[in-house]
Design a protein around this ligand. Sequence first.
Ligand code: SF4
Length: 283
Amino acid sequence: MSDMPAPRTPEQPPPPASALRRALARARDGKTLDPGEAATLMHARGEQLATLVARAGRVRDAGLAAAGRPGVITYSRKVFIPLTRLCRDRCGYCTFATVPGRLDSPYLSPDEVLAIARQGAALGCKEALFTLGDRPEDRWRQARDWLGARGYDDTLSYVRAMAIGVLEETGLLPHLNPGVLTWQDFARLKPVAPSMGMMLETTATRLFTDQGGPHYGSPDKDPAVRLRVLEDAGRSAVPFTTGILIGIGETLAERPNSTTWPRRSRWPGWCSARRRGSRPRPT
Ligand code: SF4
C-alpha cells in the first residue's frame, strides 16, 4: 500500500457549447480530430454522447473490415508469470510491486515459472505474459544477490533465459513486459519473444516531475523515456502492445494527448487503452 497522497486531478471548465457541436460535427463527418477536439468531446453527454459513440463504432467497424475481419475482435489467451514483484520505481497507485521482506524470494525460480506456464498451457493458453517490475537490481541488494548467485548479469538476462525455457518446454509464446528497454535490449530479446509491450501510461510530464505526483521518483515513468521505447520498438520491428492509464491524476485534456500520440507520430503498434482498476499489468 502506498503512503503517497491520492493524485489530484485539476478542475477544468467545460468547453463552450458551440465548440462541442463543432467537434461533434467533425467526428460525425469522419474528420481526423486533433487532441483539443478530442478533449472537447469528452464533455459530450446524453444525445451528443450517443452520437459520438455511434460514430466511434463506425470507425471501429471500418477498421475491422479494412483488416479483412469484419465484426471480429480477436484476443490471445495468456497466463501471467509474475517473474519478480520488486521494482526500482515507486508509482503511487501500484498494487503489484512490494519490498523484499514481504517475499519468500526476489524472483520466481525456473521451476516455478515452468509450473505456471504448464498450467496455463493445460488450460488452453497460447501466450505466457511475463510481468515484472522495472530493473529491481538497481534498487534492491536482494535482487542483485539472487541474480548474481545464479550467473545472471541483470533481470533482463533472467527474463531472456525464462522466455527460452517456456518456449521450449511448453510451446507458449512469450510476451515480455519488462518495462523500459533500450534498442540493444530489443535486439537481445527479439529472438526469444514474438511480442513485447509497455504501457505508455501518459504523456503528462507533470505527473512525473511534480512532487506528490503518481510518477514522482519513478525514473522509468518519464514520458520522454517511454516514448523513446515505443519508437525503438517500432524501429526494431518488434510487435508491441501499449496503452494509457486512466484515473492516475491526469486531466481530461491530457488523455487525448496521450491517445493520439501514436497517430501523430505515425507509430504502427497502437492497440489498447487500459482503465485503472482493471487487472494489474505492471510495466
Ligand atoms: S513501474 Fe510498474 S511495477 Fe514498478 S512501481 Fe510502477 S506500476 Fe508498479
